[in-house]
Ligand binder design. Structure first.
Ligand code: NAP
Length: 282
C-alpha cells in the first residue's frame, strides 16, 4: 500500500466518480490513502462521496462538477487542481450510445465522442506532462472488450473504446522511460448505470472487482481484460477474421440490448448518462 502511495500519490483525479466503476475507483484509492479529485456532472453525488471518504479514510477530497464533453472543460479542471500533485489519472467517465447509429440524433453521438475520446486525450496531455516532469505517475484508460471488434448495435461506442485501447497501449511505450505507468483496462459487461433501460448485460461483473483488478495491475501490465470469460472472448478475436468478430460481437450485444433499442426509428440514442440533468460549471 505504501509503495502504491509513493508511486501514484499523493492525489488522484478520477473522472466519472459519481457512479459505477469510477465510484469504485474512488473508494479503493481512498482506502489506500490517496487524496482525490472527483470529477463528473452530478455535484450532489460527488459531494456526498467526497465527504464520506474524508470521514472514513481521512483523505482530502475536491469535487469538480463539470461536463467533460464540453469544449471548454479543461480550465475548470485546471483551476481545481493547479496546486496539487496529481500522481494518478483515471480516465473513466464515459457514456454508451446503444442502438442503430443512423437512428440517433447526431448531438448524442458527438457527446459520446467528445467525452469518450476528446476529454481523455486532453486530460492525459495535461496531467501526463506534469507526471513526465516529476518522472512518476500513472494513467488508467477505460477501454472495453468491445474495443477488440467493430460492434453493430454500439458501433461508435466500440470505436471510442478502440481509441482508448490503442491510445493507451501506444502511449504506455512512449512514457515507460519517464516513470509513468499506463494501463488499458478492458471490462466486459459490468453492473452500472451505463446500460440503457431494459438492457440485460450477460454475466455482469461488479464495478468493485473491475476497479480492484486495475489497481492491482497498474505498473505491472499495460493491458488487462477483466474476467476469465472476457479474456477468452478477446483472445478468440485474434484467431478469427474481423468480419466474424463483428458478427459474433453483434449477436452477443444484440442479445443484451432490448429490442426497442436495437429497432429502427429512434431519434435519441439510448444513452443512460447523456440524458441526466446536469448543472455544469464549466
Ligand atoms: N459498465 C460496463 O459494462 C462497462 C464495460 C466496459 C467499459 N465500461 C467503461 O467504464 C467507464 C465507466 O462507466 P460505468 O460503467 O461505471 O458507467 P456509469 O455508472 O454510467 O458511470 C459513468 C460516469 O461518467 C460520468 N459522466 C457521464 N457523462 C459525463 C460528462 N459529460 N462529463 C463528466 N462526466 C460524465 C457519469 O457521471 P455524471 O452523470 O454525474 O456526469 C458517471 O460518473 C466508461 O468509460 C465505460 O465506457 C463500462
Amino acid at each position: 500500500m505504501k509503495d502504491f502511495l509513493a508511486r501514484f500519490g499523493p492525489w488522484a483525479v478520477v473522472t466519472g466518480a459519481s457512479s459505477g466503476i469510477g465510484e469504485a475507483f474512488a473508494r479503493q484509492l481512498a482506502a489506500k490513502g490517496i487524496h482525490l479529485v472527483l470529477v463528473a456532472r452530478r455535484e450532489d453525488r460527488l459531494k456526498a462521496l467526497g465527504e464520506e471518504l474524508h470521514e472514513r479514510h481521512g483523505v482530502e477530497t475536491r469535487i469538480v462538477p463539470v461536463d467533460l464533453a464540453r469544449e471548454d472543460f479543461l480550465p475548470v479542471v485546471e483551476r481545481a487542481t493547479h496546486d496539487l500533485e496529481i500522481g494518478l489519472l483515471v480516465n473513466n467517465a464515459g457514456v454508451l450510445s446503444a442502438g442503430q447509429f443512423l437512428d440517433h440524433d447526431l448531438r448524442g453521438e458527438l457527446n459520446q465522442l467528445h467525452l469518450n475520446t476528446r476529454a481523455v486525450l486532453i486530460l492525459t496531455h495535461h496531467f501526463g506532462r506534469k507526471m513526465r516532469e516529476r518522472k512518476r505517475g500513472g494513467v488508467i484508460f477505460l477501454a472495453s472488450t468491445v474495443a477488440f471488434a467493430g460492434v453493430p448495435g454500439m458501433s461508435a461506442y466500440a470505436a471510442s473504446k478502440a481509441h482508448a485501447l490503442s491510445f493507451a497501449e501506444g502511449f504506455a511505450r512512449e512514457v515507460s522511460g519517464d516513470g509513468i505507468a499506463v494501463l488499458a483496462l478492458c471490462p466486459g459487461p459490468t453492473s452500472t448505470e451505463i446500460w440503457p433501460e431494459g438492457a440485460t448485460p450477460t454475466l455482469p461483473m461488479r464495478p468493485e472487482a473491475v476497479a480492484g483488478l486495475a489497481l492491482r495491475k497498474l505498473g505491472k501490465r499495460k493491458t488487462v481484460v477483466a474476467g476469465l470469460l472476457n479474456r477468452l472472448i478477446t483472445l478468440s478475436t485474434r484467431f478469427a477474421p474481423r468480419w466474424m468478430n463483428s458478427l459474433i460481437f453483434g449477436k452477443v450485444v444484440g442479445g443484451m440490448l432490448n429490442t426497442a433499442t436495437m429497432g429502427s426509428g429512434e431519434t435519441t440514442p439510448a444513452t443512460a448518462t447523456a440524458s441526466r440533468t446536469t448543472t455544469p460549471t464549466g
